[in-house]
Ligand binder design. Structure first.
Ligand SMILES: [Zn+2]
Ligand SMILES: [Zn+2]
Length: 124
């Protein structure tokens, strides 16, 4: 099956990276392997992988959506200079604390916090 081969190539790439690529970055990478893949196909397959719960879509509120194959509960740091997204495995705020802030009667199951600033490479 042609489509599943493309989907597999996209999934394999995402499983092997922590750089949270955009759809276009995924396309640039997978193109090396599958020369005739189109950007539209990449978008479609990313959507399918998301529906299969194999990847997560990150909407940082800035720029394009990014994709993450790390499904563990973690947050992200976005560098406002280079646009890179870094994993942030924070224990800083517990879901219970967020529920407390929301008020009485709220429960929080999972959280994904976005922090913004300048990364170590850009600060050099
Ligand atoms: Zn940076
Ligand atoms: Zn991540």
């Amino acid at each position: 099956m042609r489509y599943s081969k493309q989907r597999e190539a996209i999934n394999t790439y995402l499983q092997g990276t922590t750089c949270h690529p955009t759809a276009e970055e995924v396309y640039e990478q997978v193109k090396h392997e599958i020369h005739d893949i189109s950007l539209a196909t990449v978008y479609r397959n990313l959507k399918q992988l998301q529906e299969l719960n194999l990847i997560k879509r990150l909407d940082t509120g800035e720029g394009e959506a990014r994709f993450d194959a790390d499904l563990s509960d973690h947050s992200h740091f976005l560098c406002e200079r280079c646009g890179n997204v870094y994993d942030l495995f924070d224990e800083l705020v517990a879901p219970e604390d967020i529920a407390d802030k929301l008020g009485k009667g709220f429960t929080v199951g999972r959280k994904m916090i976005y922090a913004y600033g300048v990364c170590d490479k850009c600060n050099k």
